[in-house]
Design a protein around this ligand. Structure first.
Ligand SMILES: Nc1ncnc2c1ncn2[C@@H]1O[C@H](COP(=O)(O)OP(=O)(O)O)[C@@H](O)[C@H]1O
Ligand SMILES: [Mg+2]
Length: 359
């Protein structure tokens, strides 16, 4: 059997650059080498692209950039190239690609921008297309679609900076009357809990708006849901399947940046510990519904709250390129559902190939 050429794209101009490099190391080390030739295509924090031909162990902390195993290279939008253009000292080389696996998080990786490039090049790629990626990245657009699809979620409002500058007082008064305190304030496009605050009164709310607007031109406000925080992994194209459900056991007041990356003390329970079997089923069903409504393909991790009093399931958000280290929730959920890490990578590439280059 001919081996297929796969490029793993990592790094990127994103606040989640470092997480991407850690995820990519796990992915590269676990792709089946008897089936695939793997090319490592790294993007620096400044947005420079390189083919990396060194040890994947050097991906974390950007040590790969300090080696001499990097050569300027990029994915050409030209359908004739269908792969990586490498600018070697000896001349230009083209590496044909069967598929790309973007292991990128956040801006420029998870938001449809790079997916648009793969689509121009007509190269099959792992994950959602440019539209679904962009919509899922934007919390206001995601919430709009969830409402239209009758997926239960927290009550919400959103506003752009220009309007806020004109009507801040009226907007906040209406939002407080509608949502009640505490209110979660989030940049519409960010991730990793960056710029998110929980405001308990008007003074905190005004501060929270400034913090969120520092990250994005659009801000989303949400009613506080006092719930267990659970996540479900979805895999596949039209016939996508949902994994079992995992739970984030809180250490800080909410699942903030510190809990995710700094103190690193977050505990995961798989399967979820504090919800019933029926609630697990409701989460899985809602995860598939959200995945379809938002036009996802390949994979996504869908996050929910299960209300502590009512037991109702509330959709929170959807991540189209979730964390993919060997201890991340997405691969852990599939492992608990019987699909091991290496096999999961295999299936993701197969789903990309099944969809083909003309998305
Ligand atoms: N409406 C809400 N009610 C209660 N907690 C929330 C709400 N929205 C967000 N949170 C808390 O804030 C965290 C980060 O919010 P989230 O919307 O998931 O943003 P991110 O995209 O940065 O992960 C969540 O994991 C949860 O702990
Ligand atoms: Mg989240």
């Amino acid at each position: 059997m001919n081996k297929k050429n796969i490029a793993v794209v990592f790094g990127g101009v994103s606040s989640e650059h470092d997480v991407s490099c850690v995820s990519a190391k796990s992915v590269i080390e676990n792709i089946k080498r008897d089936t695939y030739n793997v090319y490592m295509l790294g993007i620096s924090k400044e947005g420079r692209w390189y083919l990396y031909e060194g040890d994947p162990a050097l991906l974390p902390k950007d040590r790969w950039l300090q080696t001499d195993a990097i050569t300027p290279a990029f994915i050409s939008p030209d359908t004739g190239a269908h792969g990586i253009t490498v600018l070697r000292e000896s001349g230009v080389e083209t590496i044909y690609l069967d598929a790309v696996h973007p292991v990128l998080h956040g801006k420029n990786g998870e938001d449809g921008t790079i997916q648009g490039l793969f689509q121009l090049a007509q190269i099959p790629f792992v994950g959602c297309n440019h539209i679904a990626s962009a919509v899922c990245m934007d919390k206001a657009f995601t919430n709009m679609i969830a409402d239209v699809a009758h997926i239960r979620q927290a009550k919400w409002r959103s506003i752009i900076h220009y309007e806020y500058g004109k009507y801040a007082k009226e907007f906040l008064a209406e939002a407080v009357a509608y949502l009640g305190f505490p209110i979660f304030v989030k940049p519409a496009n960010a991730g990793s809990s960056v710029g998110i605050s929980k405001a308990k009164n008007m003074e905190e709310l005004i501060k929270a708006m400034t913090v969120a607007f520092a990250e994005d031109d659009k801000v989303v406000l949400e009613e506080f849901i006092d719930g267990y925080e659970v996540e479900c992994a979805v895999l596949g194209n039209q016939k996508a399947k949902a994994s079992t459900v995992g739970e984030i056991l809180p250490v800080n007041e909410f699942y903030d940046y510190d809990a995710k990356y700094i103190s690193g003390t977050t505990d995961l329970a798989i399967p979820a510990r504090n919800i019933t079997e029926a609630q697990i089923e409701a989460v899985r069903e809602s995860a598939i519904k959200a995945y379809k409504a938002l036009g996802c393909a390949g994979l996504a991790r869908v996050d929910f709250f299960v209300h502590k009093q009512s037991g109702e399931v509330y959709f929170n958000e959807i991540n189209t390129l979730p964390g993919f280290t060997s201890i991340s929730m997405y691969p852990k959920l599939w492992e608990a559902s019987g699909i091991r890490y290496g096999e999961l990578l295999n299936r993701l590439i197969e789903f990309a190939l099944e969809r083909g280059g003309k998305v």
